[in-house]
Design a protein around this ligand. Structure first.
Ligand SMILES: NC(=O)c1ccc[n+]([C@@H]2O[C@H](COP(=O)([O-])OP(=O)(O)OC[C@H]3O[C@@H](n4cnc5c(N)ncnc54)[C@H](O)[C@@H]3O)[C@@H](O)[C@H]2O)c1
Length: 374
């Protein structure tokens, strides 16, 4: 198969969808790898490193027109919509539940859109979201600590305190991959940490791994209201796969928060779980509403591309190999986890939560993609 790797052009995005090591694996499987010139620059992978393993360096036009399977990191942006075509399989983060123009472009082009973030295993884990969630969670705690500093508009509080002075309060809403990693770093910095979760099983697991160092509370509107009012840092980390994030923290609750406190709404890529959140970028990561600093960067792992690119390709490569080796239909038939990744095919939406988020018709994948027998 012709496997393309496009350069990311979204502002402040430095990751690339395949490392030279990953390119070599695909080439050893007998595939052609086309890498857009400069695609790896932001992650410290020079063009020569791809050439050295046998990949072909091509222009932006060539990579988009020649690839049968195109690997990206972020969703196509408006200037790329015209490049989508019906004989292309696009494998990338799509996050379409919160993006109306994108879903229209995907549907109208007939492209097959396979979203990293909805690939889901039988035990309901999200293997291609997990590595980025680990990174975003860790960064969220760092960002919270950083923006509490007075010269940056914060309360002027050292999150970890010092002997004789209380540490800050970190409230994490959603104790999944982002939430757990945010809690680990916040605890490491010395903060008091509360996690609000709604899955009791998940809370039991968090208690096992984090012990009594965190307070675990059942998430409800009332509990969120109380916890958020006491917090110095609130980290939004909920997820309902494929769906818009529920708006759990209302504008009224934000108004009751302490002056100079920080909200890091990591769930912003699914629309955000705080009513006053709107997406920001690494160049302008924060804005203030009612005295509360909002950090809502939609592609947080893009800030640490050397770590993120390697973590991402470690996770995606087996799926990329499966699609390249067997073709999408057979790869999906062999692996139900991958079938959950198919969001759009032939102009039809094949992921229920995405269709629901846009009020559009849902077509079960089996009806649209004739699955080859294994
Ligand atoms: N901004 C970024 O750069 C970035 C990077 C990675 C992930 N994310 C986003 O972070 C969010 C969390 O991702 P994740 O990998 O941790 O997901 P996850 O599925 O591992 O965890 C989500 C958790 O939220 C919990 N939850 C659901 N509804 C809740 C509620 N009402 N109250 C409390 N908890 C609730 C779930 O039980 C689950 O444990 C997602 O929206 C994801 O897209 C953003």
């Amino acid at each position: 198969m012709e496997v393309g790797v496009a350069k990311e052009i979204k502002p402040d995005e430095y990751r690339v969808a395949l490392t030279p090591a990953g390119a070599l694996e695909l080439i050893q499987h007998g595939h052609d790898v086309l890498v857009e010139t400069g695609a790896g620059d932001g992650s410290a992978f020079a063009d020569s490193a791809y050439e050295a393993v046998g990949a072909r360096l091509v222009s932006v036009d060539e990579v988009w027109s020649e690839a049968e399977l195109l690997l990206k990191v972020k969703e196509p942006i408006a200037s790329e919509y015209g490049r989508l075509r019906d004989d292309l399989v696009l494998f990338t983060y799509l996050h379409i539940a919160a993006d109306e123009p994108l879903i229209r472009a995907l549907v109208e082009s007939g492209v097959t859109g396979v979203a990293y973030e909805t690939v889901e295993t039988a035990n309901r884990s999200l293997p291609l979201l997990a590595p980025m969630s680990e990174i975003a969670g860790r960064l969220a705690a760092q960002a919270g600590a950083y923006f509490l500093e007075k010269p940056l508009g914060g309360r002027g509080l050292l999150l970890g305190g010092v002997p004789g002075v209380s540490p800050g309060e970190v409230v994490v809403i959603g104790g999944g991959m982002v939430g757990y990693n945010a809690a680990v770093i916040a605890l490491g910095l010395g903060a008091n940490v509360t996690i609000l979760e709604r899955s009791i099983d998940r809370m039991r697991h968090l208690e096992e791994v984090l012990g009594s160092r965190v307070t675990l509370l059942m998430s409800s509107s009332l509990q969120i209201e109380e916890s958020v009012a006491d917090a110095d840092v609130v980290i939004g980390a909920v997820l309902i796969p494929g769906a818009l994030a529920p708006r759990l923290v209302t504008a009224d609750m934000v108004r009751e928060m302490k002056e100079g406190s920080v909200i890091a709404d990591v769930a912003i890529d699914q629309g955000g779980c705080v009513e006053t959140s709107r997406p920001t970028t690494h160049s302008e990561p924060v804005y203030v509403v009612d005295g509360v600093t909002h950090y809502c960067v939609a592609n947080m792992p893009g800030a640490v591309p050397i770590t993120s690119t390697k973590a991402l390709t470690n996770a995606t490569l087996p799926y990329v190999e499966a699609i390249a080796d067997h073709g999408l239909a057979e790869a999906v038939a062999r692996d139900p986890a991958l079938s959950h990744g198919v969001n759009v095919l032939d102009g039809k939406i094949t992921y229920e939560a995405v269709a629901e988020a846009h009020g559009l018709e849902y077509h079960p994948l089996d009806d649209v993609l004739p699955l080859s027998p294994v």
